[in-house]
Design a protein around this ligand. Structure first.
Ligand SMILES: Nc1ncnc2c1ncn2[C@@H]1O[C@H](COP(=O)(O)OP(=O)(O)OP(=O)(O)O)[C@@H](O)[C@H]1O
Ligand SMILES: [Mg+2]
Length: 310
């Protein structure tokens, strides 16, 4: 069953430097219970996709297209209706958990607050539910931890607290934007296990944003590879990672082979000065003449004039 469908999403920002086209005709389908990751270099528009779904884009953004969630177009909903979806049916976790927690309230109170935002209940019940959520997300001694402040939590524990808040509503869709990036490697592995357990237990769909292809492989069935505001390749994760067709996907995978990150030659184009034709052609080792002026469409999961030949 289809849960989320993004169709022809275009997002521009008006800036002092002119119009910036950050997403061009972005499309995505998320089925109930599926997990999809968005990968691509910094600045390619991954977070913008997430913020569009949450309707949390900055004021200077112009949006067109459709974002259908359970048969409602999120882009046409009023503020109040959207608030009912955000944090209830769709929750989001971010790279920096500290930015989502208020330093002057205890962690437990903030989780209990999220519980009360989702169901009418007495303070005592909300506290019990919050403690249960802390237990669910692996926070040790939750009764004691309930009364502690964010600064008393380690990065990994804060991330668990943020996941507790996100899980308070048992959302149908969890959006996780670089959930493991700020954590130590050992804590990263625990976080992957936790997210994996939660999506299985609650039959949640996951939209994961990461530049870590290892994390993507652990958590997701499908992958969407983005470059300069558009999809260059998508499909089943194993298939794409084992047989990448787009030269950018090939370069991205090569960049982390042997566990080492080697930069791809060249840089991502300025979104104010996107190249004609294929946006990747200035960096592409296989670029032919037509790539410089003819824009390729996304056909059978790959946006490349030459994929059969390279
Ligand atoms: N308010 C804004 N005004 C103008 N441009 C913006 C604004 N917010 C983001 N952008 C631009 O939109 C593009 C996409 O940004 P986004 O944050 O989605 O990238 P990302 O793929 O999430 O990168 P990262 O991996 O570094 O998080 C970037 O080039 C960024 O500079
Ligand atoms: Mg981002």
């Amino acid at each position: 069953m289809e849960l989320l469908n993004i169709n022809e999403l275009h997002i521009n920002f008006s800036t002092n430097g002119g119009q910036v086209q950050v997403l061009s005709g972005f499309c995505l389908d998320i089925q109930k219970g599926n997990s999809i990751c968005l990968v691509g270099e910094s600045g390619c528009g991954k977070t913008i996709v997430a913020l569009s779904i949450m309707r949390l884009l900055p004021e200077n953004a112009q949006i067109s297209g459709k974002i259908r969630f359970k048969d409602r177009d999120l882009l046409t909903l009023g503020k109040e209706e959207m608030r009912r979806i955000r944090g209830h049916e769709i929750s989001m976790i971010f790279e920096q958990p500290s930015s989502c927690l208020n330093p002057v309230f205890t962690v437990g109170d903030q989780i209990a607050e999220a519980v009360r935002a989702n169901e009418e209940c007495e303070k005592k019940e909300a506290r019990e539910s919050a403690i249960a959520l802390m237990k669910l997300t692996g926070i040790p001694s939750p009764e004691k931890r309930f009364g502690q402040y964010p600064h008393e939590f380690s990065g990994g524990m804060l991330q668990r607290a943020m996941i507790s808040i996100a899980m308070a509503s048992k959302p149908a869709l969890l959006i996780a934007d670089e959930p493991t990036t700020s954590l130590d490697v050992s804590v990263q592995a625990q976080m992957i296990e936790l997210i994996k357990d939660l999506i299985a237990k609650f039959d949640m769909s996951l939209l994961l944003i990461t530049h870590d292809l290892g994390v993507a492989a652990e958590l997701c069935r499908d992958v969407v590879v983005m470059y300069a505001g558009e999809i260059v390749e998508n499909g089943g994760l194993n298939e794409v990672f084992d047989h990448p067709r787009h030269p950018y996907t090939q370069a991205l995978l090569k960049a982390i082979s042997d566990g080492e990150l080697r930069p791809i030659r060249g840089t991502v184009p300025e979104l104010t000065h996107l190249p004609e034709g294929c946006r990747f052609h200035p960096r592409c080792p296989y670029a032919k003449e037509q790539c410089c002026y003819l824009k390729p469409d996304l056909i059978n999961g790959v946006r490349c004039h030459l994929w059969k030949k390279c």
